[in-house]
Design a protein around this ligand. Structure first.
Ligand code: BES
Ligand code: MN
Ligand code: ZN
Length: 497
């Protein structure tokens, strides 16, 4: 898929544009957008609305051919709802419907001439990103491991966005493409089966990114992890035949002395639950338990492509959580890298056990902020569904501001977050008779006790935890990784430059 920006004016008119298809907006109450009016010199669009062939409701489409007033072969009418106020949701559903039609056309290129700069509370840059992400999402295929590939999306391969061409819109387009490419890597890694996407595979992916974008990459092996005394992380990998990998990526795009943002990803390439074995039904979906790691790698691809002017460190703690004669047992007590002892009451609460050592490791970078990303708790899906990622941080001015900074980055990209609490009450739920901490809390608030557990290891820097259990992938017929929260993280980093 190829994207470009194309400005139209009175000389270089939309009506004279030579392209396979032009998408223009129509609205409820039979209203036409400016671009639709420009192609309606012979009245065909007005007639289509009048006859009721298209209502203008957001997300409706109607394909017209051979309009007398336009050089293009096809005009796609796209309903955007209320003419006086095009909302974010209406625009997004219109764009999604348009790219769906594009994919079925006998045309190779198209122009999207929707009102990009007129969406309520949004700007052209937002609209550009929305178009690119929707088109790329529509074109995404999950056939990497099929012997016969799904038929490639027919139709439009080149989309021109009709919007003012200037430095800002060009930068927005480049950013949108970088985010889409990052999401694609994250989706690919998430969708790969766990016998292929092992900790070693994630490490190799990081090495390849390092080569492509000149990141520093370091892979710490079991021996080094033992020397670092990562007893908590290592306890999770005990039952697995796959060697654990602790992956560190460095993008030093800022001034050498600037404190970096550190992204930490949970990289459980398969979560059986360990000795606290999960039920069989749906267990295949636990191949997605590395989506935190996948989104850190995807975000690195995005910032590498943009060569972002910021220092960013990525940490991925990767291993499998398997049962075996050597696996950690319920009640085992392990010592984490920062010295706290942990009673492993449930081996299925393994994400926090790998993350706590990664969070201690992060201290050495004197971070400006640490964001950990993890498919940490099923309870987060119960609380928030698949709409928002859960965000947890300390309740003080600095951390509340950090949470709002992240939330804003999410709202702007449609990759939204919602705040949930941590604090002393949840820490009290984690008390153990035999160790400093238990790895699960007394019943209730399982997402909050998981986050509260992590908080114990993050007291040396500003920190925020993102639970992506509900947002990183979809179950059901459209089963697959979503590429979230790459837009959230990437936009957060862009906003810091
Ligand atoms: N990877 C799971 C969390 C998860 C479950 C994500 C379902 C997405 C869908 C995590 O390791 C886990 O098993 N968490 C347990 C914690 C419990 C033992 C306190 C959970 O959520 O059930
Ligand atoms: Mn688990
Ligand atoms: Zn897990």
């Amino acid at each position: 898929m190829d994207f470009s920006i194309k400005a139209f004016d009175t000389k270089n008119t939309l009506a004279s544009a030579k392209t396979g298809c032009v998408a223009v907006a129509v609205f409820e109450n039979k209203k036409l957008s400016q671009a639709a009016q420009a192609l309606d010199t012979a009245g065909e669009i007005t007639a289509a609305l009048k006859s009721g062939d298209i209502t203008g409701k957001a997300g409706t489409t109607l394909l017209l051919r051979g309009l007398k007033g336009a050089s293009t072969e096809r005009v796609l009418l796209v309903g955007l709802g209320n003419a006086d106020s095009v909302g974010e949701k209406a625009f997004t559903s219109g764009v999604q419907a348009a790219v769906k039609v594009f994919a079925t056309l006998g045309a190779a290129d198209a122009i999207i001439a929707l009102p990009m700069a007129e969406v309520k509370e949004r700007d052209a840059n937002w609209a550009i990103r929305t178009v690119v992400l929707a088109a790329r999402d529509g074109a995404y295929r999950t056939d990497a491991q099929k012997s016969k590939k799904d038929p490639a999306a027919a139709g439009v391969k080149k989309i021109a966005l009709a919007v003012t061409s200037n430095a800002a819109t060009k930068a927005a387009l480049a950013q949108a493409i970088a985010i889409a490419n990052g999401m694609q890597l994250t989706k690919d890694l998430g969708n790969l089966s766990a016998n292929v996407c092992t900790p070693t595979y994630l490490a190799d992916t990081a090495k390849k990114l390092g080569k492509d974008y000149k990141f520093g990459v370091e892979i710490l092996e079991r021996k080094q992890l033992e020397a670092l005394k990562m007893g908590s992380f290592l306890s999770v990998t005990n039952g697995s035949e796959q060697p654990p990998k602790f992956i560190v990526l460095k993008h030093m795009g800022g001034k050498p002395k600037d404190a970096p943002v550190v992204l930490v990803g949970k990289g459980i390439t398969f979560d059986t639950g360990g000795i606290s074995l999960k039920p069989g039904v749906g267990m295949d979906e636990m191949k997605y338990d590395m989506c935190g790691a996948g989104s850190v790698l995807g975000t690195f691809r995005a910032i590498g492509e943009m060569n972002l002017d910021l220092n960013v460190i990525g940490i991925v703690a990767a291993c499998e959580n398997m049962p075996s004669g050597r696996a950690t047992k319920p009640g085992d007590i392990v010592t984490s890298m920062n010295g706290l002892t942990i009673e492993v009451l449930n081996t299925d609460a393994e994400g926090r056990l790998v993350l706590c050592d990664a969070l201690t490791y992060a201290e050495r970078f004197n971070p400006a902020a640490v964001i950990d990303v993890a498919t940490l708790t099923g309870a987060c899906i119960v609380a928030l569904g698949h709409h928002h990622s859960g965000v947890f941080t300390r309740d003080d001015d600095q951390h509340n501001a950090l949470a709002e900074e992240l939330a804003a980055a999410g709202r702007a990209t449609g990759d939204t977050t919602w705040r949930l609490p941590i604090g002393e009450q949840y820490n009290d739920q984690l008390k153990s008779n035999f160790a400093d901490l238990a790895n699960i809390g007394s019943p209730g608030g399982a997402s909050c006790t998981a986050a509260a557990f992590l908080e114990n290891f993050t007291r040396k820097y500003p920190w925020i935890h993102v639970d992506i259990a509900g947002t990183a992938w979809k179950s059901g017929a459209a089963k697959g990784a979503t590429g979230r929260p790459v837009p959230l993280l990437t936009n957060f980093l862009i906003n810091r430059t």
